[in-house]
Design a protein around this ligand. Structure first.
Ligand code: PAF
Length: 281
């Protein structure tokens, strides 16, 4: 049975009891509207921890667009049913004032890895993510925290923050879960229309083809330029970036070397899709 906890004090007591019994606590931070991608994080957490907390909190601080915040899908009853079935111990679902009480005045800002791509196109987004993740790690006192590789830049921001602040938690990155057609699972996919759902998987196909070209030694600028043109030719719009970057510190790459990542953000109808894949040399 999954217990729903809304206050950090009650959560602290629960976790303290587990820790007194020597249990390792895992946390999966989410914004709800759970899908198989989240559930794969839950399964990883269950396999690697004695007790599992899933947090569901739609964090206003990481939205730089009020419409996006308002239309973010919310369905706690369905989330709870999925978490029950997955054997989660606690659903921590605080309200906004529990996380950001009156007088809240602290921002966690990670420079470097936060600056480009999502950070450039969504100013303040990663400050919101880093601040809330620091808070959720503090509130849950978890020893392991599980994040999806779908938000690759977010994963690097969180890793950097945890290292820099010596937080006593191990960050575990878990592979992106995709539909059979390759589309990366995301809560925002709910907003795609039928015809857009046919176009969306093309993005992953182009990433895979471009990665193959790069591995064959083709010129990075040419391969990326052609891939950008191809993406737009399929009906996507507002291509914010399609970049080849070093995997850990996200530096732009002119030639393929070491562990690299191909990352993309592009609009399709009302939805902004992001995706990434590994392109090791
Ligand atoms: O990836 C998400 O769902 C969110 O950015 C996170 C990590 C839960 C922080 O609000």
């Amino acid at each position: 049975m999954t217990q729903v906890i809304r206050h950090s004090e009650a959560l602290r007591e629960k976790v303290a009891g587990w820790k007194r019994s020597g249990m390792l606590v895992g946390v999966v931070p989410t914004m709800g509207a759970l899908h198989d991608g989240h559930l794969s994080l839950v399964h990883a957490a269950r396999a690697q921890s004695d007790r599992v907390i899933v947090t569901v909190f739609v964090n206003p601080m990481q939205f730089n667009n009020t419409t996006d915040l308002q239309k973010y899908p919310r369905d706690e009853a369905t989330d709870l049913a999925l978490l029950e079935a997955a054997g989660v111990d606690v659903l921590f679902a605080p309200d906004v004032t529990e996380v950001y009480p009156d007088g809240f005045a602290t921002t966690v800002s990670v420079s470097g890895v936060s600056a480009s791509m999502e950070g450039a196109f969504r100013p303040g987004h990663f400050d919101g993510v880093a601040t809330v993740v620091a808070k959720l790690l503090g509130m849950t006192q978890a020893g392991r925290a599980f994040f999806g590789e779908k938000d690759w830049q977010q994963l690097q921001v969180v890793r950097r923050m945890v290292r820099d602040l010596n937080l006593p938690v191990r960050i575990i990155g878990c592979p992106t879960v995709r539909e059979e057609n390759g589309l990366a699972m995301s809560s925002r996919n709910q907003h795609l229309t039928g015809p857009q759902r046919d176009i969306a998987p093309v993005l992953h196909r182009i990433l895979v083809q471009t990665a193959q070209r790069l591995r064959r030694g083709e010129d990075v600028h040419t391969a990326l330029a052609e891939a950008r043109a191809e993406i737009l030719s399929h009906g996507f719009h507002d291509l914010d970036y399609l970049d080849l970057r070093t995997a850990d510190d996200l530096q732009p790459l002119d030639t393929l070397q070491g562990a690299a990542r191909l990352l993309v953000a592009v609009g399709l109808g009302q939805v902004r899709l992001i995706d990434n894949i590994a392109v090791d040399a």
